[in-house]
Design a protein around this ligand. Structure first.
Ligand code: ADP
Length: 451
């Protein structure tokens, strides 16, 4: 298969060649016609001058037909004189009848005014003595005559120009094809490298045209692919790690129990129960995330009053708030539009946010749930005045398995809570974001469209 570059070069060559041949043919024809007209004009003027002189001397055209006829005969042959072409003209007398014509049968024929208008009137003493009409038969150029040689020179020059133009088209076409396909070649090579596993590979963006756009998109795709692969590997490692801890506890206890080294006390069974619960919670979280990724998270959407939802969530956590010595309250809001949502799933999101707020808010702190209307819907705020989040952690807290400052970590954190919250909110067509100042507290904002 020929390369794209060869095909482009051939295309340029073909276009160049067609153009050059066309121009050469047109120039050749035009020059020939213009030159023919020029010579004809000169001959017509010379003949007219001689004829007028003849008429002035004789007062009529008698004998002129024979003179022109005999001239035609001598010059048609192989005489020493190069043949002039004026014998091809038609001489018409003042009575509009043909006096002389290269076609003998035309002599005596009467010419119409329209035909005469194509010719030159012969004026003698202010009167029209006759007309000469341009020949009807095409000119035969005499070989080796200066005119023929001139035309041959023009033809040769045109041919050389056409050849040079074709060569130029070939050179320029080759160069253009090479530069145009360079980006494509680089992209092809990079694609092969990526397929071999060299993710993140970048190509040079050489232009701002469609190829440049393709290279930019390719670079972005390559980086995204690298990040996604890294995230997937990291996630697999995180999952393995998070499954291993409870599993090793369970298997350790189970072994000790079966060996009879550990008595089956309620505390032991409680620990086993806790660990299995943690395992199933993790598995359930992962299932929910993969459903959301596949766009298969089933939502039971129903019109819901956001204020009532907040009251319900706050009521669920009232006892925990007391235990944490944290004030949990719902701020009375204005009139809010009804929002279509899956209240169970949204309550799960708010539970996550409130549980996080408990974790990072010291006793004596405050957690406030509030909602307010905005032009497209409702914003739900979960605000705490706890530890806040360092600025460098903010971009990552919604990532899967991301846990903030390890020193602040507590038991039971999977690092999936906010990732799940984000998936559920986005499945509702909403957004979730955080505003936080380290040491001052955080506010999580869920924006949901109404209607
Ligand atoms: P985790 O299971 O670790 O809570 P999340 O996804 O719920 O996982 O949260 C990710 C990280 O975000 C937490 O480890 C913590 O560092 C930070 N974070 C979340 N909520 C708050 C909050 N209210 N105040 C301070 N930091 C928070």
């Amino acid at each position: 298969m020929r390369s794209l570059s060869t095909k482009l070069t051939l295309a340029f060559l073909l276009v160049g060649l067609t153009g050059a041949v066309l121009v050469a043919v047109i120039i050749r024809q035009q020059t020939r016609n213009a030159f023919d007209r020029f010579i004809l004009n000169r001959e017509q003027q010379a003949l007219a001058a001689s004829l007028i002189r003849y008429y002035q001397t004789n007062g009529n055209w008698d004998g002129m037909g024979e003179i022109l006829g005999s001239l035609q005969e001598t010059q048609d042959g192989n005489g020493p004189e190069p043949r002039r072409d004026w014998m091809r003209f038609v001489l018409v007398g003042s009575d509009q009848r043909v006096v002389f014509s290269p076609l003998a049968e035309q002599v005596g024929e009467r010419m119409s005014n329209r035909e005469l208008s194509r010719g030159v009137a012969l004026q003698v003493d202010g009167e029209t003595a006759g007309w000469i009409l341009p020949p009807r038969v095409p000119r035969q150029w005499i070989p080796n005559s200066p005119e023929e040689l001139f035309l041959q020179n023009i033809n040769r020059a045109t041919l050389v120009s056409a050849l040079v133009a074709t060569l130029l088209a070939l050179t320029l076409g080759g160069f253009l094809a090479f530069t145009m396909t360079r980006s494509l070649r680089e992209l092809t090579e990079a694609t092969v490298e990526i397929a071999r596993g060299k993710l993140g590979l970048q190509v040079k963006v050489r232009s701002k045209d469609e190829l440049g756009e393709l290279a930019t998109s390719f670079n972005k795709m390559s980086l995204d692919l690298e990040q996604a692969t890294r995230a997937r590997r990291q996630m697999t490692a995180d999952i393995a790690h998070d499954l291993r801890s409870p599993l090793s506890v369970i298997s350790g206890y189970a072994e000790a129990l079966s060996d009879g080294k550990l008595p089956g006390t309620p505390e032991v069974y409680n620990i086993l129960h806790q660990e299995t619960r943690q395992l199933s919670r993790l598995v359930e979280d992962l299932r929910l995330l993969s459903l959301a990724d596949a766009g298969e998270l089933q939502l039971i959407l129903q019109p819901c009053d956001p204020q009532a939802l907040l009251e319900r969530v706050a009521a669920r956590h009232a006892v925990a708030a007391q235990q944490h010595s944290v004030a949990l309250r719902v701020e009375a809001g204005q009139e809010l539009p009804v929002v279509n949502l899956d209240s169970e799933r949204m309550a799960q999101v708010l539970d996550n946010l409130v549980l996080n707020a408990f974790r990072y808010t010291p006793p004596g702190g405050e957690i406030v749930l509030s909602a307010r209307a905005f032009d497209q819907g409702v914003e739900i705020h979960v605000r705490d005045n706890g530890s806040g989040i360092p600025a460098d952690e903010l971009p990552h807290i919604f990532d899967r398995f991301y846990r903030g400052d390890k020193a602040r970590q507590q038991n039971g954190e999977s690092g999936l809570g906010l990732a799940i919250a984000k998936s559920i909110v986005e499945a509702h067509g909403g957004t979730i974001r955080v505003e936080s100042e380290f040491g001052q507290g955080s506010v999580f904002i869920i924006a949901l469209k109404s209607g």
